[in-house]
Design a protein around this ligand. Structure first.
Ligand SMILES: C[S@@+](CC[C@H](N)C(=O)[O-])C[C@H]1O[C@@H](n2cnc3c(N)ncnc32)[C@H](O)[C@@H]1O
Length: 280
């Protein structure tokens, strides 16, 4: 995606436009004598208007309104500069490329991991969590399925380091730092994703290109656009998590994906493992 299309780029442009308007009005003397906080609030109003004109999502507008007034108010606290630098470094190490990927950090809960673990067939599986955060999924799944090898790849340095440290005593949990789009997914029975709606089409394209027929892609909460899942799993948690399950079909490029459904859509007492993974 080109840089100009990122919501964060548009937000920056809106902020700059807001600042330009205020500077311009100040130059011609319209705002003479107004205190700094009032000028900052006016900049917020102009920035929000500019963002609305650029069709930013609605939730950006209050952020634009309060951003510069917030900065001015915080500057009044008189904290040393290193506090702001440290806060920036901390946030950057956690959110890293979120401004570009549009995938923030939030974690899978235990009920979700347990539900998925129970739905997958018994036996040793190779599992990859794409965007593994602090390794919540990888560590919990590896504990529930000690015969399986569970890998996670995370781009942001702080969550990746925390995850690797927390998993240091689990021999079947492997957490590393990197870009999951650059990794090879061909050796995995299951790829698990808990990302955002933005990368799902690309994730699906990569899964179809690299995963073997019969392997499964599981997406927590975010469906692949324009592709019907082979089944869904509803987790009995507070946020009513839904897992979208896609079986990779034996398809060639250009074919319609999912030529055979090996995911039963309903769970029955006779079939304790609704997700079927065909042998290699
Ligand atoms: C919502 S968190 C999910 C964490 C973990 N999978 C879980 O379920 O607990 C998504 C993570 O994906 C990471 N991410 C996004 N794009 C990535 C990429 N291309 N390569 C590696 N990590 C990525 C983000 O940094 C974020 O920490």
């Amino acid at each position: 995606m080109r840089l100009a299309y990122f919501p964060a780029t548009r937000a920056l442009v809106a902020q700059l436009l807001g600042a330009c308007f205020v500077v311009l009005l100040n130059k011609i003397g319209v705002l003479y004598g107004l205190p700094l906080l009032a000028l900052a609030s006016l900049q917020g109003v102009f920035a929000a208007l500019a963002a609305a004109l650029m069709r930013a999502d609605r939730w950006w507008l209050p952020l634009h309104l309060v951003f510069l007034p917030g900065v001015v108010a915080a500057a009044g606290l008189g904290l040393p500069a290193w506090v702001w630098a440290a806060a920036f470094a901390l946030l950057a190490s956690v959110y890293w490329t979120s401004f570009r990927t549009q995938v923030p950090l939030f974690l899978s809960n235990r009920k979700t991991v347990a539900t998925l673990s129970a739905a997958l067939p018994d036996g040793a599986l190779t599992v990859l969590d794409v965007g593994s955060g602090t390794g919540s999924f990888v560590r919990a799944f590896a504990r529930l399925r000690p015969d399986s090898q569970v890998h996670g790849i995370e781009a942001a340095p702080a969550p990746a380091a925390i995850g690797a440290w927390l998993a240091r005593h689990q021999s079947n949990a492997h957490l590393s730092r990197g870009d999951f789009f650059a990794a090879d997914w061909s050796g995995y029975d299951v790829v698990y994703a808990f990302l955002s709606p933005v990368p799902m089409a690309e994730v699906w394209a990569k899964a179809c290109a690299q995963m073997r027929p019969g392997a499964v892609l599981i997406s927590n909460s975010f469906a692949v656009p324009d592709v019907a899942p082979d089944g869904t799993l509803d987790v009995a948690d507070r946020r009513k998590t839904r897992l979208y399950c896609y079986t990779i079909g034996a398809v060639k490029e250009g074919d319609t994906p999912r030529p055979r459904l090996i995911w039963p859509t309903r769970r029955t007492a006779k079939k304790p493992h609704p997700i079927t993974i065909t042998a290699r």
